[in-house]
Design a binder for this molecule. Structure first.
Ligand SMILES: Nc1nc2c(ncn2[C@@H]2O[C@H](COP(=O)(O)OP(=O)(O)OP(=O)(O)O)[C@@H](O)[C@H]2O)c(=O)[nH]1
Ligand SMILES: [Mg+2]
Length: 338
């Protein structure tokens, strides 16, 4: 009995839309991502592994036959913020904004400002039409009034050319707003597409990630040694792609918990703040329904113990119940009965 016995199901993978002006290098970045991962069902989707050095360590300790990383899906749409692009981006969970910092006429700061302005305009349009409908519906009805209230506050923001993320919306407000696919409420990361070996230009957010998409696309299909050599030639220490994927994962506010055993060592993503049964449900719905308890050990403690059975023998495994909030790096074994 335990996580190891359950057949793994596909978890609800998160989508990241690649947003940018024409020729900023979105498709080049996407190509790099595709080469590093598997195609994601449709030609403009790439499912990529979230890099996680802990997986190999645990797999080594438990002599796992298989290693499975957490995954994120990227979506590329041609030609900038077209109507089709906006419609697709509304469905995503986060936005990866690509700005061009290569070429003689590069203006990455200006490009980011314009992009955000376009996203705000798109939100203004959808919230305006939503507000009109909600006002009609609200005549004499209490519950629709809440919707009007939230939409009015949202409208005031985007009308003043501010992104919705600047607003003060609680969980209920956000639930209402999400019905309108608001682009400026989504978490985002900024990727600055620099000249090979270039640094992050000034004036951009501190947590922006500088990569050369062209260089990344070139090295993504290579053997690690070869790739490292080519990157080193440009003074690049680590593949930028890993930093892009990791930044998107962080922006999505996901945490990773791990399972490990002889069959496989695996990283799973779950919402920050999720309790043990919800985490169990990310593995398989049976594990959530039949959840009894979870055996938990932090990654560092497990590595210090050397092996799951040692951790158990040394008493560093904890037994946690339904109310336990899962932490980043927890290694779990779910006890369940169906
Ligand atoms: N020097 C250099 N050129 C790049 C880099 N990234 C992309 N390019 C070039 O810029 C051009 C546009 O790149 P794409 O990736 O097609 O741009 P895009 O954002 O997908 O463009 P649209 O789909 O038309 O919106 C291509 O000729 C690329 O080869 C880079 O990092 N350095
Ligand atoms: Mg393109």
């Amino acid at each position: 009995m335990g996580a190891k016995c359950a057949a793994a199901t596909l978890t609800a993978m998160k989508d990241v839309g690649i947003v940018g002006m024409p020729y900023s290098g979105k498709s080049t970045l996407f190509t790099a991502l595709t080469r590093s991962g598997a195609a994601g069902g449709r030609s403009n989707q790439a499912v990529v592994d979230v890099p996680d050095a802990r997986l190999q360590v645990l797999a080594g300790q438990e002599a796992s036959k298989k290693v499975v990383a957490a995954k994120v899906r990227f979506v590329d749409v041609p030609g900038g913020l077209t109507a089709q692009g906006i419609a697709e981006f509304r469905q995503t969970d986060a936005l990866c904004m690509v700005v061009r910092a290569f070429g003689p006429d590069a203006d990455p700061v200006g490009e980011l400002v314009s992009l955000e302005a376009e996203l705000v305009l798109a939100d203004l349009a959808s919230i305006e039409s939503g507000l009109e409908k909600a006002r009609k519906k609200a005549k004499g009805k209490g519950d629709a009034k809440a919707e009007v209230d939230v939409l009015e506050r949202a409208h005031a923001l985007v009308d003043a050319e501010k992104p919705l993320r600047d607003g003060d919306f609680d969980a209920d407000d956000r639930k209402i707003l999400r019905g309108y696919g608001p682009l400026t409420l989504k978490p985002w990361i900024v990727v600055v597409n620099v000249e090979e070996g270039g640094d992050l230009p000034s004036g951009l957010p501190e947590d922006a990630v500088a990569v050369s998409a062209a260089l990344e696309a070139e090295v993504a299909g290579m053997e690690p040694d070869e790739a490292a050599e080519l990157l080193a030639g440009f003074g690049v220490q680590e593949p930028g792609l890993d930093r892009v994927i990791a930044a998107c994962y962080r922006a999505l506010d996901l945490i990773t918990f791990l399972t490990t055993g002889e069959d496989e060592t695996r990283a799973w993503e779950v919402r920050r703040g999720a309790k043990a049964p919800e985490a169990a449900g990310a593995i398989h719905s049976d594990l959530e329904r039949g959840f009894i308890r979870a055996e938990v050990v932090g990654y560092d403690d497990l590595v210090a113990a050397g092996k799951w059975d040692n951790a158990k023998a040394k008493g560093v495994l904890r037994v946690e119940g339904k109310d336990y909030v899962v932490k980043e790096g927890d290694v779990l074994n779910i006890r369940f009965a169906v």
